[in-house]
Design a protein around this ligand. Structure first.
Ligand code: GSH
Length: 200
């Protein structure tokens, strides 16, 4: 299977953590994105221009990250990272949506600040995105008991989101005033799957 991603992509990292947790990482042939013109997108095979994508041996192209993660989860026999009981699944997928939305907002902030010409940047849009990140962090801190002892697609997405903040927004210190989230992340990020995928 051809996996198009980059070690610095938080969405790609979520998929790799999933693949490692499921013992499938060696099945992924790594393909680098095409960054020659970021305004046209960085993944020519995906009409949305985004990474990650996974090309199956039958030619199907899977995106986005949650679809790839669920596919990898489904083809391995090891315990699932996607609960099947309806209420539990809804909770975990909502946690995933929160963490992924936070990652999306943080990634957009970074993209706006580094790719757009200075006269096209929008401080008020950046502030709006920062509010989304901050409120999501507060929500994770408040609901820590619901996920602190779990390893599933929701907790993986939460850890990857925090890892991305460390990578790109270290100076904003998300840990301040969030002791429970800080302690949980310290423990979760020691997992071999997280250690093997630290963005560089
Ligand atoms: N919802 C998508 C988001 C993917 C995404 O935003 N990927 C970024 C890299 S981290 C990207 O490819 N950006 C290039 C662009 O948007 O042009 C997913 O979960 O896969």
């Amino acid at each position: 299977m051809k996996y198009c991603s980059s070690p610095t992509s938080p969405f790609g990292r979520k998929v790799m953590v999933t693949a490692l947790e499921k013992g499938l990482a060696d099945k992924l042939e790594m393909i680098s994105p095409d960054t020659s013109d970021v305004f046209k997108g960085i993944n020519p095979k995906n009409p949305l221009g985004k990474i990650p994508s996974l090309e199956l041996d039958n030619g199907d192209l899977l995106f986005d990250s949650i679809v790839i993660a669920e596919y990898l989860d489904g083809i391995s026999d090891s315990p699932s990272l996607f609960p099947t009981e309806v209420t539990e699944r809804a909770r975990v997928m909502t946690l995933h949506a929160l963490a992924n939305g936070m990652t999306d907002a943080a990634f957009s902030r970074r993209w706006g600040a580094t790719m757009l010409p200075e006269n096209e940047r929008s401080p008020s849009w950046d502030a709006r995105l920062k509010i989304a990140v901050d409120k999501s962090l507060d929500q994770l801190e408040a609901q820590i008991d619901a996920f602190k002892d779990t390893v599933n697609i929701g907790s993986i997405a939460a850890a990857v989101a925090l890892g991305y903040l460390d990578f790109r927004f270290d100076h904003e210190n998300w840990r301040e005033g969030r002791p429970n989230l800080t302690a949980w992340y310290k423990e979760f990020s020691a997992r071999p799957s997280m250690q093997a995928t630290i963005p560089a």
